[in-house]
Ligand binder design. Structure first.
Ligand code: HEM
Length: 500
């Protein structure tokens, strides 16, 4: 019977084609596995993977240490999940810039999905993300992000912050909350068209929930939830996290409803107005396939607050601590400010004449390393430095390793403003300065953040000499970060002694 089949000419030729295809497939597979090997990495244990080598609470630090052994592209297993890590300036840039399309997506963990439900900007992908990002960028620019109008907003907020510091009359106090209130108010002015008093319950409770959620996000139980999502409802941390997000969304919704009630399409007051006006225009033109719905508005607003407040505030808090730790650097900044600006209001256009101050701010951002690791995923099969990464691979981009890359920075592990100065003391840009990331997913608030950092930092240093509380020495100052998704300093008291 079998012989009969093989004697038919059609069967023989079909069989021939089949064998040829099989051979081609085998050849291709062995060729691709030989030429496109997977990245190296520590040997994983069954189920646990590399959890003995990677401490989830200080994941950026563990991965940085592993990168010294396994190179700039390596893989680890976090429990059952395979993750590829990219380290060092050259590799991170190659992924985010040269292969931007493939590395563009953000990794949506179960917790990230709980936060944004796929809407908004920061924890979303696809066409909706693209449209929300584009709209947020152009609208915030129209409202003066990175230009004169936001300069005025920031300068006004500097005044409130200085007044708040003055109340302590040089005595030690914690600046943790009030600095966050100030940076939150800058976003608020652009998004809602108004600022809040530092005692306003809305501002107080939003910031409180923010801190609490940053803490909860880095707790061990939430990390486990991200690997085994069905246990969520059993975890108190997860329930608290969800409750906080729900309450913050409800509070933001109330403000949006108020803005809706007073909306005048002829007078666009803020980001929310711009969104509502655009939404109405699309509805009037019967555009059915629109991303401009209430959820995208709500979550985009929450994302702008979430991404723009703590990152900028944390950098400022680190800045004050570093200047207290290194008083001779504070001396030089204040000498330059006194010489160039004097006692008048410092403005953005002064920056070009304040190279040392500018260099110090850049160095603060480099060492503060506020967002040490970025979770992305590949949008398609891709080869990076000879290693093959399948579509949908989780990729952790170690910004920490870029900002302390030994082949890019002269003294990567010390606080050294000279990294940003040439021999004549002029400010110089550095390619590996990437605290805002790079490529299509890079921080959309970079120009606003850079303006805020300069104006807040320079104004505060014009007015105050920052010191440690009496009896505390510089060596006792703790510069180890509170570990979490973002790296902030431990709450510490400082004195702000008036200079003029
Ligand atoms: C010093 C302050 C800041 C730092 C260090 C910072 C850093 C970053 C980083 C590293 C990312 C992730 C990029 C990536 O995944 O590749 C990011 C994204 C983002 N940032 Fe910032 N940021 C800061 C301030 C701000 C401000 C003031 C705003 C508000 C206007 C803002 C809004 C955003 C948004 C909306 C995203 C998401 C972009 C997207 O997914 O397309 N950031 N930021």
């Amino acid at each position: 019977m079998l012989e009969d089949i093989f004697q038919s000419p059609t069967t023989v030729s079909l069989f021939g084609v089949f064998v040829a295809l099989l051979l081609l497939h085998l050849l291709y597979s062995s060729f691709s596995s030989q030429n496109r090997p997977e990245p190296p990495g520590p040997r994983p244990l069954p189920v646990l993977g590399n959890l003995f080598q990677v401490d989830l609470k200080t994941i950026h630090h563990s991965l940085f240490i592993l990168s010294k052994k396994y190179g700039s592209v390596f893989q680890v297993r976090l429990g059952p999940k395979k993750v590829v890590v990219l380290a060092g300036y050259r590799t991170v840039k190659e992924a985010l810039v040269n292969q931007a399309e493939a590395f563009r997506n953000i990794e949506i963990t179960p917790l990230f999905h709980d936060i944004n439900q796929g809407h908004g900007i920061i924890l979303a992908n696809g066409d909706s993300w693209k449209e929300m990002r584009r709209f947020a960028l152009t609208t915030l620019k129209d409202f003066g992000m990175g230009r004169k109008m936001s300069e005025e907003i920031i300068i006004e907020e500097c005044g409130y912050l200085i007044k708040e510091f003055e109340q302590f009359e040089g005595k030690a106090f914690s600046n943790t909350q009030v600095i966050s209130y100030a940076t939150s108010n800058v976003i608020s002015a652009l998004v809602f068209g108004k600022r809040f008093d530092y005692k306003d319950p809305f501002l107080n409770i939003m910031m409180e929930r923010n801190y609490e959620n940053i803490r909860l996000m880095s707790s061990a139980s939430i990390q486990i939830y991200n690997v085994i999502p069905w246990i969520g409802p059993l975890l108190k941390n997860w329930r608290d996290f969800k409750k906080n997000i729900g309450n913050s969304l409800a509070d933001i919704k109330k403000i949006i409803v108020d803005l809706k009630k007073t909306l005048d399409p002829e007078v666009c007051r803020c980001f929310v107005d711009a969104f509502l006006i655009h939404k109405k225009q699309l509805e009037d033109s019967e555009n059915r396939n629109s991303h401009y719905h209430d959820n995208n508005l709500l979550y985009s607003v929450m994302n702008l607050f979430g991404a723009g407040t703590e990152t900028t505030a944390t950098t400022l808090k680190w800045g004050l601590l570093y200047l207290v730790k290194f008083p001779h650097i504070q001396d030089r900044v204040q000498e330059e400010l006194s010489r160039v600006v004097g006692s008048r209001q410092v403005r953005i256009e002064d920056r070009k004449n304040l190279p040392y101050t500018d260099a110090v701010i850049h160095e603060i951002q480099r060492v503060a390393n506020v967002a040490p690791v970025l979770p992305h995923t590949t949008t398609k099969d891709v080869t990076l430095q000879g290693y093959f990464l399948k579509e949908g691979t989780t990729v952790l981009l170690l910004l920490l390793s870029v900002l302390s890359d030994e082949s890019e920075w002269e003294s990567p592990h010390s606080f050294n403003p000279s990294h940003f100065l040439d021999d004549e003391g002029k400010f110089i840009r550095r390619d590996a300065f990437m605290p805002f990331s790079t490529g299509p997913r890079a921080c959309l608030g970079e120009s606003l953040a850079r303006m805020e950092l300069f104006l807040f930092f320079a104004s505060l240093l014009q007015h105050f000499r920052f010191t440690l509380p009496p009896g505390v020495s510089e060596d006792e100052l703790d510069l180890k970060p509170v570990e979490g998704f973002t790296l902030g300093p431990k709450p510490q008291q400082l004195c702000a002694v008036q200079r003029q």
